[in-house]
Design a protein around this ligand. Structure first.
Ligand code: ADP
Ligand code: ZN
Ligand code: ZN
Length: 732
């Protein structure tokens, strides 16, 4: 079959499957390929694009059973060396399929085989296109011709406009259409003069931080802790300025898409240098274009959310992670990596300084600083000179509540509004009421697909499950007794808005949550309205707590903090503390200090009072002592197996089997807990269980798990349930 002069070469290819292994293929004699290049290979009935993991391997199956690759797509590795190492490191660390990991690290078009050079195939009508050659029933071809009348089509646009290459190929063969190639290419940013506009003179704390970062050589991780308004962004800008002047690129990771435009504007004011934003609104083509420009050094600054950690850079010089404590850096499905943690590894691989900034650093990061792994830089003053926010804890035991608000809180709202100031009321629950209940018989409307109650949305007149998204019209009658006495129980932001508007009719209220800002542009216009003083009462969820600064807000009210104090989740107190500080940071300015009121039934809670009297730093120190005593992360490592199935016993028995195997190979001190039902036991029609695994040392934990994963893939206990593994889980 093959010529016998030299033995056939066998290569190992990573394919985008969940399987934690490579696949072997023959390399045809006339083919050259490098490790890290993409290849197209036959797989099942079709073909897949994979990445060459190794050359000249000893095949896992007999050589005459191997198929040959179809095509080599890259002459060189598709990712720069350090980034390729990062992806390999991540797959290995998270015990995830390497094929899936590198797939996640690439822009969609590259996963589909587009040239990494940025070269585009351009389809145009040929000069003498005569439609006569197209049969009347060839509707696809006619549609493509009609579309081309309006202008050229790029290869990258084909899928989006639902045309396929085969159709255009046919038209080209008939001479109706031509294919040409275009390559977009600019100049590296360092070949043009750099303009840096002046910023404010750094204060002494900022100067210390800036000097430390700018004099760092090679890998140097910094934890920059400073309350909102303390001038962290100014520190970033100064450090970026040095990096750009040295002709090197800056990568900035931010938690939220909605924050990126405002960060970008600030950067654009300071630097006249090409920069780009990677956000979910980009088309695949735009995304590839940013990727290529970053790789070729055309961009000085790249800003993006967690997946931007995989952006290739020609000359990396600095990595910044803003709001590093934010949970949205953790990818919660598929390849469950933590963008911040990978940024640390990337900085190490690239040998560049790294700045993790936050007003409320994650306990993990603080522990790293305590252990001397990160250098801590602290900004204590508010840079603009604004005073600190004053905290007050309101004990609401035995107090009458109106719209969830106690009399002292209502009085405070009235006083602040009366002075012409803005008030922000924060409640992390959208909708009108979290449950719908029959007043006659006690029946509660439930979600048919989840162990959860759907939320009443009065404006839309629907009952919506916030866990699976299913919705139905608001019932008018009880399903059990037929009574029409249905009442919403509990408080959501929608109801809060209605009630506050009724209580304070002379002031204008605005609500900011996912429902109120669904229309494009509505968030921006609400935020503009707040800044211009059109609204006095601001009601919102989490969305209001992040990034935006409202200098005219002088009173912030936080309802419902008790849930977090007494949660089964050991991170709940940390999250609450971060939320309190973040929300407080949104308010006030120099001449109008802010005030924060928290309502609680447990004002004596030790962590809460530590936070309010001594601040986040003191809270964090105490919380770390607690974590150390109880051997919880960051003083141990955890892994979480999750399973789901249509039948509860299937989801449970799968984890039981996994748990048994883990017990058999457990290292001394290794700890397995479960299976337990997930906090939301049934979601979208599937039952969910989880199994916790813990060990003091990360490396040993992974060595314990790794052989089991291979075994589970080869011989799963049964296939009636799915399982996933989450390493360093941050929620359950
Ligand atoms: P953070 O990122 O910590 O929230 P910023 O860098 O955005 O803080 O600073 C808050 C405000 O204070 C901004 O308006 C900024 O321009 C201003 N500011 C920061 N540093 C200084 C400084 N050294 N002198 C004067 N104003 C400053
Ligand atoms: Zn549901
Ligand atoms: Zn009833």
């Amino acid at each position: 079959m093959l010529n016998n002069q030299s033995p056939p070469r066998v290569i190992r290819v990573l394919l985008p499957t969940p399987m934690r292994r490579g696949f072997d293929y023959l390399l045809p004699a006339d083919c050259q390929v490098q490790e890290g290049a993409r290849v197209r290979v036959p797989f099942g009935k079709g073909s897949r694009i994979g990445l060459v993991a190794a050359l000249d391997v000893a095949p896992q199956v007999e050589a005459d059973k191997l198929k040959a690759i179809d095509e080599v797509l890259d002459a060189a590795p598709v990712l720069p060396a350090a980034l390729g190492k990062l992806v390999r490191w991540a797959a290995d660390y998270y015990l995830h399929s390497a094929g899936d990991a590198w797939q996640q690290a690439l822009p969609v078009l590259l996963r589909q085989g587009a040239p990494a050079s940025g070269e585009e195939g351009i389809w145009q009508l040929s000069a003498d296109a005569a439609k006569a050659a197209v049969p009347k029933n060839a509707s696809k071809q006619l549609a493509a011709l009609a579309r081309l009348q309006a202008g050229e089509l790029s290869d990258f646009d084909l899928a989006e406009q639902s045309f396929d290459r085969a159709t255009l190929r046919t038209l080209a063969d008939k001479g109706l259409v031509t294919l040409s190639h275009r390559r977009q290419q600019g100049q590296p940013f360092w070949t043009s003069p750099l303009v840096v506009n002046p910023g404010p003179r750094p204060n002494s704390e900022q100067a210390v931080a800036i000097t430390a970062i700018n004099s760092a050589k090679g890998f140097a991780p910094f934890l920059l802790e400073g309350v909102t308004g303390s001038g962290k962004t100014e520190v970033y800008l100064s450090a970026m300025s040095e990096t750009l002047k040295a002709g090197k690129q800056v990568l900035v990771l931010v938690p939220e898409i909605s924050l990126t435009p405002q960060t970008l504007r600030r950067f654009q004011k300071r630097f006249e240098v090409p920069m780009a934003l990677l956000h979910s609104g980009l088309t695949d083509k735009e995304r590839l274009s940013v990727w290529r420009q970053a790789r070729d050094g055309e961009l000085g600054i790249v800003i993006g959310t967690r997946s931007a950690v995989f952006t290739p850079l020609a000359r990396p010089g600095l990595i910044i992670v803003d709001e590093e404590h934010d949970a949205s850096f953790k990818q919660q499905e598929g390849f469950r990596y933590h963008g911040r943690d990978l940024a640390v590894v990337r900085a190490q691989l690239e040998q560049v300084p790294l700045v993790l900034g936050s007003a409320t650093p994650a306990l993990e990061s603080l522990a790293n600083a305590q252990a001397g792994k990160y250098q801590k830089l602290t900004l204590n003053q508010r840079a603009g000179g604004a005073s600190q926010v004053r905290f007050d804890l309101i004990d609401i035991k035995h107090q009458p509540l109106t719209a969830g608000l106690s009399p002292p809180v209502l009085a405070a709202i009235k006083a602040h509004l009366g002075r012409g100031e803005q008030v922000l009321v924060f409640l992390n629950r959208r909708g009108f009421a979290p449950t719908l209940l029959c007043h006659e018989c006690g029946w509660i409307a439930d979600c048919q697909r989840c162990t959860a109650y759907p939320t009443v949305h009065r404006g839309r007149q629907r009952l919506i499950c916030h866990h699976c998204g299913s919705d139905r019209p608001l019932p008018h009658q009880c399903h059990s007794c037929g009574s029409t006495q249905l009442v919403g129980v509990g408080l959501g932001t929608e109801q809060l808005e209605v009630e506050l508007t009724a209580l304070f009719p002379d002031y204008k209220a605005v609500r900011i949550d996912r429902d109120a800002t669904r229309r494009k542009g509505s968030l921006e216009s609400a935020l503009d309205g707040i800044r211009q003083g059109q609204y006095q009462l601001l009601i919102g969820t989490q969305m209001l707590a992040k990034g935006h600064h409202f200098p005219d807000v002088t009173l912030v009210v936080l309802l419902d903090v008790d849930g977090a104090l007494y949660s089964a989740d050991f991170r709940a107190a940390e999250r609450l503390a971060q939320l309190v500080v973040q929300v407080a940071g949104r308010a006030g300015r120099a001449n109008k200090p802010g005030r924060l009121l928290l309502q609680s039934h447990h004002p004596e809670h030790p962590l809460l009072s530590q936070l309010l009297t001594n601040g986040y730093g003191a809270f964090a120190e105490e919380a770390l002592v607690e974590r150390r005593q109880t051997l919880l992360p960051p003083f141990s490592a955890q892994a979480l197996f999750r399973s789901d199935a249509l039948k509860a016993e299937d989801a449970q028995s799968l984890l039981e089997a996994i748990g048994q195997r883990l017990q058999q190979s457990a290292p001394q001190g290794g700890w397995v807990l479960g299976p337990l039902p997930a906090p939301l036991e049934k979601r979208a029609g599937k039952y969910r269980f989880q199994l916790w695994v813990q060990y003091q040392d990360k490396k040993v934990l992974r060595q314990w798990l790794a052989p089991l994963l291979a075994e589970l893939e080869a011989q799963p206990p049964h296939r009636r349930a799915n399982w996933t593994l989450d390493l360093d889980p941050i929620d359950s």
